[in-house]
Structures are given as C-alpha cells and as structure tokens.
Unconditional design. Structure first.
Length: 402
C-alpha cells in the first residue's frame, strides 16, 4: 500500500486521519508546518497515533518570501480591513505536503481543512501537482472525537481533545489567528472573546500610547524600533507590541472560495501595523494614478489569493507591477498604538513627493497659468453640462396658444 502524507497540527481530524490509516497497515508520514507550535509534543502525539514518521519544518521564511512579501508590496486587504496573511500558511502547508509526497513516493495526501479552506487547497493542488489526490474527509469532528476516545487515543491530543465543538474553530500561527464556525456563522451575533486568543479587547489593552518606527526598503519592512530585522522576526516583534495595545482584532464578512458569504474573526496584529505604515509611505512616494491603479489590482490579487488561485499566471503579472511601484517605497514611518488603534504620526522618504521642495515648485507657477489650466481641466465637465441642458430643452413641453 502506498504511503500517505498527512498535514498534522494535532487537531481532532488530523489525529483521526493518522490513526485510522495507520491501523489499516499503511505507512503514514505526519508533516507539521511549524508556525510556533510545540513541535516535541506534536511529534509524541503523532507517533502515539501510529505515524511511522513525523517531520517538522519551519516554514516561516518560506511563508514570508513566497506569499506575505507580495501581500505587503501589493497592499492586499480584503473587505477593507482583513489582511489574508493566515491564508499564506495554508499554501505553505500544501507546498510541504507536495514536497514530502514526492520524497515518499506517495500518490495521496491528507489535510483536515474543510469548507472554503478545502476548496483553496484542492484548487492550488490541481495547479502544482495534478497527479496527487487530496483525500476526502472521512468523518466530522464529533465522529472523530468519538472514535479516538473509543480507541483510547483522545488523551494524546492535549487541548485539542477538550475543544468545544459547538464553538468556533480557532487556528493560530506566526501571522495571526482565524476563527470560523460556531456563532460566527450568524452575521448578527457578536463574536465571543475566545475567537481572539492572543489580542485583548481595546478596553483591556495598555493604557499608555506607544510610538515606534518601521523602516521599509523597496516596499518591505527591514527595521523596527531601530533594530534591523527582516521577515518573520520583524513580524514577531511588531506583533508583540501590537498585541499589548489590542491592535489587530476584527471580523471579516466576505465571499469565500465556495461562493458563499461567511464570517471570519481574525487577529492580525503585525499586519495591522505594517500594512497601515506601508500604505502611508506609498501615499508619500507614489502618484495618485499609481495609487488608484494599484488599489484595483490589489483587490484582484486578494480575490484570487483567497480562492486558491495563487498559481494563476495573472498573479505573476500583478507581482511584476507591484515590484515596479515598490522601487521607490523606501523610508521610515512612525506609528502610535493605543487602545486598539494604529495612527501614523510621521513619514519620511528620500523619494517623497511632498515637503518644502514640492511647495516651492508649486509657488513658482505663474498665477496667470492657473486660469488656462483650470479651463482645460474643467472642459469635459463643461461640455457635459451643455449637452444635458440641450437635452432638457429638447424634452421640455412647448406651450401653444389655442
């Protein structure tokens, strides 16, 4: 029987997949994308469930370089507020499954994701490894728990064994946390605090404001609080500060890969600060036409990203556009965090389009030129007004004397 590679994070369905296939005599390789979990405990659980091998891979750099960097450069935000950084972890998990399936000679892989996330994984897998099959989920969480308990394996899972199956499913990682299901399925219901495992509500956050600088080089953050950091280390530092101040909590209502509107409660403390700072720096160095074009293309990129279409060729075209705009996005942004809010209080760049030099150029313009410029700018509006007046005159009733 061919081996099976299973994405393993210690959840009920992960455990069920490992244990049931191991009991069928199949070689099972449990693969964990390390995003901050207790790898030793996960390894012990996987082996106790019957896995022949447990592999842990730190995917932080891969997630940053392959996915998150483009989300930052593009300024990709869904629904006006949700930065889809956690979705990048799903793509990285799939990359890991494909890599180890090739190494093991496996024809099938397994992942416990359901709903929109499962569609995302299936779609991406068809693009990168169409010869591999993603196994269907054989059970619901409640059935998986009952089976694991019946076979004396439930205690191996720690906190996952005690999860309230009627509440939201929470997934946490370096890039943030998401919660789905439970009361969140009702768009009128307020999310409970357990949907936000690490970021306190603004009312319980640090009372005193905190200011610090984030520096960018060609669109990516390279320094925080005066220390040169890149990638995951910078995200961890900024996220730690943001959590103290209750920054990054939110609820996103949007259409998922299944085409159905749904809600996701999320924590994105690092993204909330970095994306806000990046956007302000862009406003300083890009023209308004660049900003307008980029905003529309970022929406397209985010929509494809959430639907499992990261490998669509259009995405590479959009990334080339993003890269072109980011050549001048270098500078520093000073942010202030307090009670759940991120405020930009200062921005500077050697490529800035605002400042004393810009105002000097503006003041050097001959005032007599303003009238001609205004007439040219207003021309289309003036012609449209005259057209509409003629149309109204033509449609007006004519009084005739009897």
């Amino acid at each position: 029987m061919a081996p099976l590679v299973v994405a393993f994070s210690g959840d009920l369905l992960d455990a069920y997949l490992v244990a049931t296939h191991a009991r069928q005599g199949r070689r099972v390789v449990a693969v964990t994308a390390d995003v901050g979990q207790d790898a030793q405990a996960l390894g012990a659980a996987a082996r106790a469930l019957g896995a022949d091998e447990h592999v842990v891979v730190d995917v932080s750099d891969h997630v940053w370089e392959r996915y998150v960097a483009w989300l930052i450069k593009g300024g990709v935000i869904l629904g006006g507020g949700y930065p889809p950084w956690p979705t990048a972890e799903r793509y990285a998990e799939l990359d890991l499954l494909v890599t180890h399936a090739r190494r093991q000679g496996a024809a099938e892989v397994a992942h416990a994701a359901g709903g929109d996330e499962r569609v995302l994984l299936e779609t991406a897998l068809r693009a990168v490894a169409p010869d591999l099959r993603l196994l269907d989920l054989p059970a619901a969480p409640l059935q998986a728990r009952a089976w694991l308990e019946e076979h004396g394996l439930l205690g191996r899972l720690g906190d996952a064994a005690r999860r309230d199956l009627g509440g939201p499913e929470v997934r946490s990682g370096v890039w943030g946390a998401t919660a789905r299901g439970g009361d969140l399925d009702d768009p009128w219901a307020s999310p409970e605090d357990d949907a936000f495992p690490t970021v306190p509500p603004a009312s319980e956050a640090a009372a005193l404001a905190e200011e610090f600088e984030v520096e960018f080089t060609q669109g990516l953050p390279t320094s925080s609080c005066g220390a040169a950091l890149e990638g995951p280390d910078l995200a961890r530092q900024v996220g730690k500060i943001a959590r103290r101040h209750g920054v990054g909590r939110g609820v996103h209502l949007g259409e998922g890969a299944l085409g159905v509107l749904g809600r996701v409660a999320y924590e994105a403390p690092a993204a909330a600060v970095i994306v806000r700072a990046h956007a302000e720096l862009e406003r300083l160095v890009l023209t308004r036409r660049q900003l307008a074009a980029k905003e529309g293309l970022a929406r397209t990129y985010g929509d494809l990203f959430q639907r499992g279409l990261f490998h669509e060729p259009l995405m590479r075209d959009l990334e080339r556009f993003f890269d072109s705009t980011q050549r001048v996005v270098t500078g520093a942004v000073r942010v202030r965090l307090q009670r759940g809010a991120v405020e930009v209080v200062g921005v500077r760049s050697p490529a800035g389009l605002a400042g004393p030099e810009a105002w000097a150029e503006a003041e050097a313009v001959d005032p007599r030129d303003a009238g001609g410029f205004a007439r040219v700018v207003a021309l289309s509006g003036r012609l449209a007004r005259r057209r509409d007046e003629r149309a109204r005159d033509a449609a007006a009733p004519v009084d005739r004397d009897e």
